[in-house]
Design a protein around this ligand. Structure first.
Ligand SMILES: Cc1ncc(COP(=O)(O)O)c(C=O)c1O
Length: 374
C-alpha cells in the first residue's frame, strides 16, 4: 500500500487553515479538486454559453463511471440525485406495494419519512448498547418483513453496520436490502455486489467531499429489469435526441430516473472529489480515519470523558459521540474557538476525515478541557 503524505492532502482543503473542522458528519469543507471542477462549469458558461454542452455530457458520463467503479457497481446502475431523501423517495416509488419495512431505531429521518409518507408500514429494531447485531435484527423479522433499511453508519452513535454480513443474511431470506450510505461514502469502503445490496443512496456533502445538491443512487440491475422507472422525462428514453414526443422507449438504466437536464456543477464537483479519493485509495482513507479515532480515544481517556459510540474496531466509523451534558451550549462555545463539531445523540459528535490531523484533536481536547473545567 502506498504511503500517503497527509500534510499535503490537508493543504488541498484551504478551510482547514482557519478552522478545526471535526464535523465531516455534518458537512465537510471542499477540496480544491471539487471546488475547481464546479467553478470550471460556471467559467465555461460565462465565456462560452452552451458551446460546451457535448463536453458537459461527456463529463457527466465520466463521473458516473468513476462513481460506479468506486462502489463496485455497473455504470448502468448509477443515477445522480439531489440528496438521500430524494433517493429514498425514488426507491419507495419503485417498491410501491412490496410490503413492510424493518429499519433501525436511530435512523436519520431521510431513511424513514419517504416510506411513511407513501403509506409503507415501518417497524424499528431497538439497538443493544447502540449496536445492531444480525441476531438482534433477525429477532425483529416476521413473515411480513419484505424490506430492510439500514444506514452503513448511524449518524447519532457512529455505529458501523457490517454490510456484507447483513446483505448475506437478507439475501438468504429473500428480503430487499436498502442502504443509506450518507455517513460513510468516501470514508469507508463499499462493495454493493459483495454486500448483496438492492438499493443504496447517499448525499455527497459529508464524507464524499462534494458539497450540497448532489447525491448518488445505486439500483441493482435486477430491479432495472423488473421495474418501470417511476418518473420519466425527455432524457429517460433510449434516443432522446429524436425528441419523439409520442412514443416512449425508456432506457433500462438507473440514469433514466434523472429525467431532464442535470445539475452539472454539482455532478462535476463530485467528479473532482472522487479523483482525490481514488488517488489516495479507499484502504488508506479508512486506515487514516481509524488512526485518528484511536488518537481521539486516547485524548478522551486522558480527560476522563466517556463515549456512547461502540468502540470495538469492527463497529468503528469516523464518528465518535462524546457524552456531555448541555452539548448544544458547549458546541456553540467551541465554535467561538473555530472548533467545529455538532450536538448529536447524547453529547457532542466529533468526526474525523482525511483533512484532519492530530493537532486538530489536540485543539479540541484543549478547548473542551477549558470549557468543562476538567
Ligand atoms: C444518515 C443520514 N442520511 C441523510 C442525511 C441528510 O439527509 P438528506 O441527504 O436527505 O439531506 C444525514 C444528515 O444530514 C444523515 O446523517
Amino acid at each position: 500500500m502506498k504511503k500517503v503524505n497527509w500534510t499535503k492532502i490537508r493543504k488541498l482543503f484551504p478551510a482547514t487553515e482557519k478552522y478545526t473542522f471535526l464535523n465531516a458528519a455534518g458537512g465537510s469543507p471542499l477540496p480544491l479538486s471539487a471546488a475547481n471542477a464546479g467553478k470550471d462549469f460556471y467559467h465555461e458558461s460565462l465565456m462560452h454559453g452552451d458551446a460546451y454542452w457535448e463536453n458537459w455530457l461527456k463529463r457527466v458520463d465520466d463521473t458516473r463511471k468513476k462513481l460506479a467503479k468506486f462502489i463496485h457497481a455497473d455504470t448502468k446502475e448509477i443515477a445522480f440525485i439531489l440528496n438521500t431523501s430524494h433517493g429514498m423517495n425514488l426507491i419507495a416509488d419503485i417498491l410501491k406495494g412490496k410490503g413492510e419495512i424493518l429499519t433501525m431505531n436511530d435512523e436519520f429521518p431521510s431513511s424513514t419519512f419517504p416510506w411513511m409518507h407513501k403509506g409503507f408500514k415501518v417497524k424499528f429494531v431497538k439497538p443493544e448498547k447502540n449496536i445492531y447485531t444480525i441476531e438482534n435484527i433477525e429477532k425483529h423479522i416476521t413473515k411480513s418483513t419484505k424490506i430492510v433499511i439500514s444506514s452503513y453508519v448511524q449518524y447519532r452513535t457512529g455505529f458501523r453496520q457490517d454490510l456484507e454480513k447483513l446483505g448475506k443474511f437478507l439475501k438468504k431470506r429473500n428480503i430487499i436490502f436498502i442502504v443509506n450510505a450518507t455517513q460513510a461514502m468516501g470514508a469507508l469502503p463499499i462493495d454493493v455486489k459483495k454486500s448483496n445490496i438492492d438499493f443504496l443512496t447517499f448525499s455527497c456533502f459529508k464524507w464524499t467531499l462534494s458539497g450540497y445538491g448532489i447525491g448518488g443512487l445505486y439500483i441493482n440491475k435486477k430491479w432495472l429489469k423488473k421495474t418501470n422507472i417511476p418518473q420519466a422525462g425527455w432524457l429517460s428514453v433510449k434516443n432522446p435526441e429524436n425528441m419523439d414526443n409520442k412514443h416512449i422507449h425508456l432506457r433500462n438504466e438507473a440514469s433514466a430516473i434523472e429525467v431532464g437536464c442535470g445539475h452539472f456543477p454539482n455532478i462535476f464537483a463530485l467528479g473532482g472529489a472522487l479523483d482525490l479519493l481514488i488517488k489516495i485509495g479507499k484502504k488508506n482513507i479508512q486506515n487514516r480515519i481509524l488512526e485518528l479515532d484511536t488518537y481521539l480515544e486516547g485524548k478522551l481517556t486522558e480527560l476522563n470523558l466517556k463515549t456512547i459510540t461502540p468502540l470495538d474496531k469492527k463497529y468503528r466509523s469516523g464518528i465518535t459521540i462524546v457524552k456531555i451534558k448541555n452539548a448544544k451550549t458547549i458546541v456553540e462555545k467551541l465554535a467561538k474557538y473555530k472548533v467545529m463539531v455538532a450536538a448529536r445523540g447524547e453529547g457532542i459528535r466529533v468526526s474525523v476525515h482525511i483533512y484532519n490531523n492530530e493537532q486538530d484533536i489536540d485543539k479540541f481536547s484543549k478547548v473542551i478541557k477549558k470549557l468543562l473545567r476538567l
